[in-house]
Design a protein around this ligand. Sequence first.
Ligand SMILES: NC(=O)c1ccc[n+]([C@@H]2O[C@H](COP(=O)([O-])OP(=O)(O)OC[C@H]3O[C@@H](n4cnc5c(N)ncnc54)[C@H](O)[C@@H]3O)[C@@H](O)[C@H]2O)c1
Length: 389
Amino acid sequence: MDSLTVPTGLHVHDDFPLADERGPIVAAARRADRYAVHVTRTADETERELARLLDGARVAAVVTDDTVEALYGGRLYAALRSAGAHVMAHAVPAGERSKSLDQAVRLWNWLAHSELGRRDVLIAFGGGVICDLGGWVASAYMRGVPYVNVPTTLLAMVDGALGGKVAVNHPVAKNLLGAFEQPRGVVADVGYARSLERRHLAAGIAECIKKGVIASPAYFAFIEDNAAALLGGDLDALEVLVRSAAAIKTALIERDPYEDDLRRPLNFGHTIGHPLETVTGYGPLLHGEAVAFGMVVESRIAARRGWLPEPALERLVELLETCRLPVHARELPAGLSAAALIRATAKVRLIRAGSLRWVLPTELGQTVIADDVREEEIRAALAACGILE
Ligand SMILES: NC(=O)c1ccc[n+]([C@@H]2O[C@H](COP(=O)([O-])OP(=O)(O)OC[C@H]3O[C@@H](n4cnc5c(N)ncnc54)[C@H](O)[C@@H]3O)[C@@H](O)[C@H]2O)c1
């Protein structure tokens, strides 16, 4: 051939020099993830946002649970189809026990036999369990496919769907297997809260109360003033609750998206809450309920140290009680022992790089993160909540 033609396609040209002879070769991988949280009220709005988030995907793989699928699956799948996607869906049994390695493997097998490619999208459609499970499956499949969270519980709207922490549980510890993988976007439709039982609304409010304690007296006061409306499923009140939760959580996460610093106020209530879920077998207690009880124990530790004024402790306990969230052992499954709970914190200690971090509130909007809480302080706080030995 005597004349050259210019090849079509993406042209890539590099000209690396030889490497330096000394010193390590430093690999850099910078991530700057940004995504929007759309708070919606109607199915039409939700479907419009979702159609945008498909961003040209041919296939939408929906991961959901059987309860959510029965309530809302038909409409959502039809909307995705009219947005031009081929829809495939997999529903796991509802509940925390589905946040397991076993279910993740089933989902990977399902995806492996599908048409889903790296330009396509996985949609996590459900509560916090589904956002965590679906996000983790998406993070590992083909080294990562985009995923969109469509949270359907209040807890997932105000917390679980935000922040990119994805994981499944292990019998030894909660969220032991997971990753950081930010979603492409979140569509939080408060209208889904209409079908939530009061207990599930309260569990979501627990994570909001947490945000009020650690970061926003105004938000705490809003929940106090509107507790009845929120628990009654009032959509105006819920919309304010969800929007502000998203604003507070995303701002806190932005300071340290990949938890380089393990001292995070967002863990308030979780140092006891997670072990409580582990020792009760990830079943009888909702995550928000465990966090509520954890907040009381951790606040009692702060109060016993003289760091948190008694009236502030009482104000927190009163608000949790108004929401019928557990603040005492009599509202928890029977047979809990302090020894078992303290044993279960050992794994959390390992995850948190050797020492347990306690987020201790000193007043609304202020916390101190302490790693010197002694076992007798934990026992005393647990005993004050009715958990002995
Ligand atoms: N990744 C994070 O940052 C993060 C933050 C907080 C919580 N979480 C995780 O979230 C999980 C808890 O989430 P959850 O409380 O949403 O649990 P869940 O996902 O199990 O949902 C609770 C129940 O509500 C049902 N449900 C869902 N939407 C419904 C609707 N609109 N109407 C009626 N019923 C509905 C579900 O089928 C399920 O039975 C925990 O595993 C927790 O660790 C993760």
